[in-house]
Design a protein around this ligand. Structure first.
Ligand code: KG4
Ligand code: ZN
Length: 365
């Protein structure tokens, strides 16, 4: 397909109900015609984390309204779309089902293709919402549920180079914020407090940093930070110092492993090296700045999506749908796709070497 395509994207895998209409022009340029993100932060804030049942109900309440509002804003109707894409995994399954079923129903009613999208592929392609970013590139995907290095050589071609063996970095930010009682989501709250803190006050663990390979680990850091809160009577300055020390530790871990990942990536690919950082934690300014330094020192170019497209959004899902439609990578049986709570981008590596969390539902990463 060489014409421009217009896609409705729907995202409901965690705590944002989002819809977007995106046009991908013949030359690959992308235009977001309308975009809505409805956050459930207020509903989850009292619990200090996302409660799956509350999330699913909130998505069920509002997804149709969010889609209608987005369509109205774009000035288009369903008939003018070329396809409907919805996150169909991985994520909290109740929410995923709501978005996917909404997408399927609209596709069926309008006689358009339904395109099931892997949420992680959305993040992986998200830098392309703002600038051209050609394959191959090294991707650091760092969010609330995932933390991994991937070699991206094409649409749907992902090779896992390393992954957290326990918690995701965003999860650790959220846990620290919950322990300190400073708000939800944790990342932005910790970043705010860290601005006034001394990053060298607390010496926190940096697991796996002295081991070869590209795997990461944040569970020990998460527990160590929680212990400090439990055992030390922290005043306001102490809390800011802990946030700053924690943020520096995560930054050092990510930057250190990124240095190694770049070396490995460059050993296989000639020419200009692109490093992409995506996912909610990529919104953190200290982490972005450190990755930028690592990239520059290595002659590589850092590409990071604008802040609003780092966290969950539907524009990245619509983009993945558009790219798949143009590339002819859309299954004619989209309507029979079953939602997947776990859906690794590199399925082969996840099955042969599960980084963590095997089990009944399948490998996590
Ligand atoms: O990509 P995302 O919106 O959802 C997932 O797919 O997980 O990422 C959410 C995660 C949360 O853990 C949140 O605390 C973290 O990203 N996050 C941040 C920042 N903004 C969001 N972490 C650190 N610094 C930030 N500024
Ligand atoms: Zn996400």
């Amino acid at each position: 397909m060489s014409e421009s395509v217009t896609i409705l994207g729907i995202e409901t895998s965690c705590d944002e109900t989002a819809a977007a209409i995106l046009r991908r022009n013949k030359n690959g340029d992308v235009e977001i015609l309308a975009e809505t993100v409805h956050s459930q932060i207020d509903e989850h804030a009292p619990y200090g984390g996302v409660v799956p049942e509350i999330a699913a109900r909130a998505h069920a309440d509002i997804t149709d309204t969010v889609v209608v509002r987005t369509l109205e804003e774009s000035g288009l109707d369903l008939a003018s779309l070329d396809g409907i894409a919805a996150t169909s995994g991985p994520g909290l399954i109740g929410g995923v089902m709501v978005g996917m079923m909404t997408g399927k129903a609209l596709a069926l009613a309008a006689g358009k293709p339904f395109i099931p999208i892997n949420h992680l592929e959305g993040h992986a392609l998200s830098p392309r919402l703002a600038e051209a970013c050609s394959f191959p590139y090294l991707l650091l995907l760092v969010s609330g549920g995932h933390c991994q290095f991937l070699e991206v050589t094409g649409l749907g071609a992902y090779r896992r180079l390393g992954s957290t063996i326990d918690d995701a970095a965003g999860e650790a930010f959220d846990k620290l914020a919950k322990t300190l009682g400073i708000g939800f989501p944790g990342g932005p709250a910790v970043e705010r407090l860290a601005k006034h803190g001394d990053p060298h006050r607390f010496d926190l663990p940096r697991p796996l940093m002295n081991r070869p390979g590209l795997d990461l680990s944040f569970a020990g850091l998460k527990t160590a930070a929680a212990r400090v809160v439990e055992h030390e009577a922290l005043d306001e300055q102490g809390r800011a110092d802990l946030c700053a020390s924690f943020q520096l530790t995560v930054t050092d871990c990510l930057a250190g492993k990124t240095e190694r990942a770049l070396a490995e990536f460059k050993s296989r690919h000639d020419g200009e090296t692109r490093l992409v950082v995506a996912g909610g934690v990529a919104a953190n300014q200290t982490i972005r700045a450190a990755l930028d330094r690592v990239a520059q020192a290595d002659g590589a170019h850092l590409i990071a999506p604008p802040l609003r497209h780092c966290t969950d959004n539907a524009a990245m899902i619509a983009l993945a749908g558009a790219e798949r439609l143009v590339a002819g990578l859309v299954d004619a049986n989209g309507l029979s796709f079953a939602a997947r709570p776990r859906w690794p981008l590199d399925e082969a590596s996840a099955q042969s070497h599960p980084a963590y969390g095997g089990g009944k539902k399948g490998a996590k990463a």
